[in-house]
Design a protein around this ligand. Structure first.
Ligand code: FES
Ligand SMILES: [Fe+2]
Length: 349
């Protein structure tokens, strides 16, 4: 039987430091959506992994992303979202254009040869898939379309046009568990029958019906609706995608819907999650409320699971666990990618 990653990898600050440097720094991260920057002169603050980010649409209508850290002494220059011509750092009032250029800095005329041109906000790459905005803070990143792999095609094949989706709500949570535990919980539905009774009543989670596949960094789960469940809407199946290292995308069977968001490591034992929910323009409020309540219940059940796993791993009582070859093949894939990125194989592959 295959062993899991060593449990020490879920608690060791040195492993997280390596993950930040070798995995997150160069990964495309979902940060928000185009509805947050609907017109010239708008911006929103977010985060790409650990890096604070500000995404702007300047006068020229161009979409740009910057590291949201003042070039003076490091305060975040933007907070929340809004419409304004400039971003002014609240610490000493250095003022940047939405194009990132430093426009003014109080008393800079008292400084001989103040290098204003060299003190623009640090640029990050930005890309979009439908309304979804992604940022990459690494040097010379691969194109976003390459990173997304076959996910957009699979979603389209299901009959969902992401371009038609409208943002509904953002859900946020902090979990007392290592980020990899949260990802691994997303990657198997072996626990669904036991831990998510309401979910398993609607979706057929049996081994033969519930499809698992990988394609590069993408892991996909396809859950058919049980035969006795009357399906309202055009989407015949659920699709749950995971894009390594830390993005989850959920589409439930029924009407046009999608939720998307990352699992962000804060410390070895704390993870921040957010999920942006989108629905088709004509989806009625009652259907939306029902889905949101259903998903909130599943989320609550998952919180108990991942936090429990973290306590078990962190106790130091055992060195590792084991993986079910068939039902947990996507976890095995996740662990292989993670291990390879950290370049220190901990077990024979
Ligand atoms: S840190 Fe931003 S103006 Fe000083
Ligand atoms: Fe779950």
């Amino acid at each position: 039987m295959q062993s899991t990653l060593p449990y020490s990898w879920y608690t060791d600050p040195e492993v997280l430091r390596r993950e930040q440097a070798l995995i997150f720094r160069s990964a495309w991260q979902y940060v928000g959506h185009l509805g947050q920057i609907p017109e010239p002169g708008t911006f929103f603050a977010g985060r790409a992994g650990r890096t604070p980010i500000v995404v702007t649409r300047a006068r020229d209508d161009e979409l740009r992303a910057f590291v949201n850290v003042c070039r003076h002494r490091g305060f975040p220059v933007a907070e929340g979202e809004g419409k304004r011509e400039t971003l002014q750092c609240p610490y000493h009032a250095w003022t940047y254009g939405l194009d990132g250029e430093l426009r003014s800095a109080p008393r800079s005329d008292e400084e001989p040869e103040f290098p204003r041109e060299e003190l623009a906000l640090r640029r990050a790459e930005v890309g979009t898939w439908g309304p979804f905005v992604f940022v990459n803070t690494g040097p010379d990143p691969e194109p976003l379309s390459h990173a997304l792999g076959s996910m957009p095609a699979q979603v389209e094949e299901l009959g969902l046009d992401v371009g038609d989706l409208v943002f509904h709500t953002r859900w946020e949570a902090e979990l007392e568990a290592n980020w990899k535990i949260v990802c691994e919980n997303f990657l198997e539905c072996y626990h669904c029958q036991v831990a998510h009774p309401a979910f398993a009543e609607v979706i057929d989670v049996s081994t033969d019906a519930y499809g698992l596949s990988t394609d590069g960094r993408l892991s996909s789960q396809r859950g058919p609706v049980r035969e006795n469940v009357r399906l309202e809407g055009e989407l015949q199946r659920s699709q749950f995608h995971f894009l390594w290292p830390n993005l989850g995308v959920n589409i439930f069977a029924g009407r046009a819907n999608l939720s998307i968001g990352p699992m962000v490591p804060l410390t070895p034992d704390r993870t921040y999650r957010f999920l942006d929910y989108f629905f088709g323009r004509n989806v009625d409020a009652a259907w939306i409320d029902e889905l949101m309540a259903f998903d909130a219940q599943v989320g609550l059940e998952d919180r108990g699971l991942v936090e429990g796993v973290h306590r078990g791993m962190a106790s130091g009582a055992l060195d590792h666990g084991v993986l079910m070859g068939r039902s947990e093949q996507l976890i095995s894939h996740f662990q292989h990618l993670t291990e390879t990125a950290l370049e220190t194989p901990a077990r024979p592959l």
